[in-house]
Design a binder for this molecule. Structure first.
Ligand code: FES
Ligand SMILES: [Fe+2]
Length: 456
């Protein structure tokens, strides 16, 4: 589908039709979700053989299962007989999966073991016909991603330069991360709002979350905020930082010195980890975590919220948000992180409710005719991107309030929606980057002197 009449990423102009149209949504399931790497599980969610959990790639339910040999397999959670949901539990441990409709029985690897009365009614149980549809998997530092697409690049290549930034969230500590809680809820808004915002929109925090920040500021006995809290709040009003965008639509942004932290226990613990994290990742990556999104819908925040947004039509998303914590952190730190997430980014969290109100209102307004006629303006820091600048890999802009990552995300979205095969998209993206790098190099080098005369 050609969505170029709605998206001009180079100029930063995007029409609201892409958030509203049912026709566009149906195409997204095929061109975006079925062709991207989607988050499915973390190792700590399914540690033992037979442990399983459900997740989704777009609207397709997927069962992710730890195998006897410790590897992981994932397959479409759909019985090959009449398409019933094969396993109806959210998570658990199983020796096999029996479909509750007619009793077909599958192994934990998705192979059909038996169908009742099969010796009398089927010629054979040909595995190519009867096997549950398998997902291609990748495990990046304990985070398991899956795709239906056999032609998309391997996961690390798909991440590109974003891997360097992703590590600032997931590879800070020896021992990695573990899950400490999960919330699931439904919002009446398009999935792209919760992809674009953690990629690109730090700008809303000062206004949308202003009152929540004020409420969360602790007060001393004299009724005044302590100096450490004022220092944290100051980051919002004097924003300095960066934003990064990747050719495959991933994005991240951060304040220099890190995100504001309003919980003293977490702040002190965070500061105490600087030596360890700097030794592991380099001092420059200690504070670059802010918010981020791996396209299409795996978003994360520096406070250890990791979430996936499942599309449920053009005007609904289902959010699954896991609270994670460094595995080797002290129990009281893990509990402080869990409680902080309850207060901030759970369905009842103060920041989460602020964001939800914005997205729901945007969605409602997109029903209007005029509301979708004129493009929305995504032009912050337009023309200010550089490559490999200030020690940061890839394409960045030197401001935390920017829309470079949103433009990058919608460029990639339009590329995918065009239906071009991945090898062609890769060539297109390479050519685009080469052109941008050449233009930047030409702009940076002094103009050649004008010729002073004709040939002799
Ligand atoms: S639908 Fe699963 S056994 Fe018939
Ligand atoms: Fe927000």
């Amino acid at each position: 589908m050609d969505v170029s009449k709605f998206i001009d990423a180079e100029k930063g102009l995007i029409k609201g039709e892409i958030f509203h149209s049912q026709e566009i949504y149906e195409e997204e399931l095929e061109q975006v979700f079925a062709r991207s790497w989607c988050f499915l599980a973390h190792d700590s969610m399914i540690p033992e053989p037979g442990d399983f959990m459900q997740n989704y790639i777009g609207e397709d339910p997927v069962l992710v299962v730890r195998q006897e040999d410790g590897s992981v397999k994932a397959f479409l959670n759909q019985c090959r007989h009449r398409g019933m949901r094969l396993c109806r539990a959210d998570l658990g441990n199983a020796k096999n999966f029996m479909c509750s409709f007619h009793g077909w029985n599958y192994g934990i690897d998705g192979e059909l073991i038996n169908a009742p009365h099969s010796d009398q009614i089927y010629e054979s149980l040909d595995p190519d016909v009867f096997r549950a549809t398998q997902v291609r998997l990748a495990n990046y530092k304990g985070f398991i991603f899956g795709t239906w697409d056999k032609t998309v690049a391997d996961f690390e290549e798909y991440l590109g330069d974003f891997a360097w930034y992703f590590d600032a969230y997931v590879d800070r500590f020896e021992g990695g991360m573990e899950v400490v809680g999960v919330h699931k809820w439904v919002l009446p808004a398009n999935w792209k709002f919760n992809a674009e915002q953690p990629s690109s929109d730090m700008y809303h925090g000062e206004v949308s979350h202003g009152s929540a920040f004020q409420v969360m500021v602790p007060l001393s006995a004299e009724g005044a905020p302590p100096p450490w809290a004022m220092e944290q709040l100051g980051k919002l009003s004097q924003p300095a930082g960066y934003q990064f965008t990747a050719p495959n639509g991933h994005g991240t942004g951060w304040f220099n010195g890190g995100m504001p932290l309003m919980d003293e226990t977490i702040l002190k613990w965070h500061q105490s980890t600087e030596t360890e994290v700097s030794a592991r990742l380099g001092a420059d990556r200690f504070a670059i975590a802010g918010h981020a999104n791996i396209f299409p819908t795996f978003m994360m925040l520096s406070n250890y919220t990791f979430r996936v947004t499942h599309p449920r039509g053009p005007d609904e998303m289902e959010i699954w948000a896991w609270s994670m914590a460094p595995k080797n952190a002290a129990a009281e730190v893990k509990e402080a992180i869990r409680l902080d997430l309850l207060r901030t980014f759970s369905p009842a969290g103060m920041f989460e409710q602020d964001d939800a109100v914005n997205w729901e209102e945007e969605q409602r307004i997109m029903r209007g005719h005029m509301a979708r006629k004129k493009p929305l303006v995504y032009q912050q820091m337009l023309g200010r991107a550089r490559y490999d600048a200030d020690g940061l890999p890839g394409k960045t802009v030197p401001h935390v309030y920017a829309e470079e990552a949103a433009r990058g995300m919608y460029q990639h979205y339009a590329d995918l929606m065009s239906g071009k095969p991945w090898p062609d998209l890769e060539k297109l993206k390479k050519a685009r980057e080469q052109r941008e790098r050449a233009e930047l190099a030409a702009a940076a080098s002094p103009a050649p002197k004008a010729a002073s005369g004709g040939s002799q």
